[in-house]
Design a protein around this ligand. Structure first.
Ligand code: CMC
Length: 428
């Protein structure tokens, strides 16, 4: 981190302070405001519009240009040529693996996919109709109650074991949440399968029949996992870092990330986008629905992004995958897809969306692909959580070895009552 320049802030009372201007490898310069404490002042930036909360070497986004890199590699190249486990290795370790490293990483993940058998009983405490995300928050957090032997966050080996456990076991828990909801028996993982194949197998196979996942669909799911694997300091990742900054164990931190992801403004958007398409129901209703968005009655789910003010590069890849999957399944004339294409066309040519720089985001298309794969709507955000787990772990790990890291503690601008004296209830 270089600081070749400084900004000088001078107050109207003449006091001044120098603020170093930091440059990273890529992206905007960042003002280091820590010297403001010398003036006894804080900054005010609700929702962190212009605040960098940490340094990171993992993911880079240029929202104006529509760029997304994992460890420097463009997302389009990874989606085209890599697979989810290789991307996971990259995010976690910083470099692409060689053949031996890739082999042992895959082997390691594959041999940790089963969960403690007692966890199966844990599920029966939930109502049968519990939302799978509610189950995920609880059961992933409960991993810390089952795997005490890897909870020393200051021990690099413990951190590595916990990371592998989460990467391997979160898909198993996700599939169990789905099976529990549908009343079907849990399926144990099968080590012959790839990561995405295994997830499909555990969700869709039953003990009664043979099941072989279709390669095109496996590839599409793998791509969804790659595209959602990390996205720098978003709401859920920041939640994981903040929880982790207090020294909480990694399983608890990831559970907090899952909770933050659930909201419709974040990971819940794929579910919300599909429900919106179903609510619109027919192409003829698109203009009326878009008018409602412009009248601010509701938002167009799957559109807009805090950082991308251009096409979300993940959306471009997902759109292509969407065509591939629907063509393979002979669903290209599917009503929902036609509706989505019309909504996209109308929105992209409408002045409201152009002026507000609202483009389709990854969740607009991933919902359609997930639906085509046969994944039920209430599992959409769960799939996002499975994918993002490696991003959360990588970011948590990075924070743990950052010598600058301290407990996260934002300040506030207090606007409540000034000091006042207690009034007895008889006099109120
Ligand atoms: N539909 C209609 N108007 C919108 C939308 C939308 N989807 N998103 C933003 N706007 C408008 C908003 O009304 C406001 O207009 P005005 O300035 O006239 O009052 C302006 O754009 C700025 O909105 P904002 O809420 O201040 O923007 P933000 O950066 O805080 O919000 C967002 C980002 C993603 C929460 C928002 O765009 C949104 O709610 N989108 C729909 C939900 C969605 O698809 N979320 C998934 C994001 S991608 C997956 C992920 O990373 O989790």
């Amino acid at each position: 981190m270089e600081s070749k320049r400084v900004a000088t802030l001078t107050l109207d009372d003449g006091r001044s302070v120098e603020l170093p201007i930091l440059s990273g490898t890529l992206g905007a310069e960042v003002l280091d405001i820590r010297n403001l404490t010398k003036l006894g002042m804080f900054t005010y930036d609700p929702a962190f519009f212009v605040t960098a909360s940490c340094t990171s070497k993992i993911t880079f986004i240029d929202g104006d240009a529509g760029l997304l890199y994992y460890r420097g590699y463009p997302i389009e190249q990874l989606a085209e040529h890599s697979d989810f486990l290789e991307v996971s290795y990259l995010l976690l370790n910083g470099e692409l693996p060689n053949a031996a490293q890739a082999g042992s990483f895959k082997d390691n993940v594959t041999h940790h996919t089963m969960v403690h058998d007692q966890m199966a009983r844990f599920f029966s405490g939930f109502r049968r109709d519990a939302h799978p995300m509610a189950v995920m928050v609880g059961v992933v957090g409960a991993l810390s109650a089952f795997y005490h032997d890897s909870l020393d966050i200051n021990d690099p080996q413990h951190r590595e074991i916990s990371a592998m456990r989460m990467l391997a076991k979160v898909p198993t828990i996700a599939a169990m949440a789905h099976k529990y909801y549908t009343g079907a028996p849990f399926m144990y993982p099968k080590n012959k399968f790839s990561y995405a194949e295994n997830l499909m197998y555990m969700m869709f196979a039953t003990p009664a029949e043979d099941y072989e996942p279709k390669p095109v669909l496996v590839r599409a799911l793998d791509r969804i996992l790659i595209l959602h694997a990390d996205h720098e300091q978003n709401a859920s990742t920041s939640t994981v870092r903040l929880a982790g900054s207090s020294g909480a164990n990694p399983f608890a931190c990831i559970a907090s990330g899952i909770a933050a992801l659930w909201g419709p403004a974040h990971g819940g958007a794929n579910e919300a986008a599909l429900k919106m398409l179903e609510e619109i129901g027919d192409i003829s209703r698109v203009p009326e629905y878009v008018q409602g968005v412009k009248d601010k009655k509701y938002r167009l789910m799957g559109f807009g992004h805090r950082v991308y003010k251009n096409m979300d590069p993940r959306a471009a890849v997902m759109r292509k995958t969407c065509y591939e999957v629907l063509t393979e399944l002979k669903l290209e004339n599917h009503k929902l897809f036609e509706l989505a294409m019309e909504l996209e066309r109308v929105a992209l040519s409408d002045s409201y969306f152009i002026e507000h720089k609202l483009y389709p985001n990854v969740d607009f298309y991933s919902g359609i692909v997930l639906r085509a794969l046969g994944i039920p709507v209430n599992m959409f955000t769960v799939i996002f959580a499975v994918a993002r787990t490696i991003g959360w772990i990588s970011q948590w790990n990075e924070m743990m070895v950052d010598h600058d890291h301290k407990i996260g503690r934002p300040r506030q601008l207090y606007v409540g009552a000034a000091r006042r004296d207690y009034v007895p209830i008889s006099k109120r």
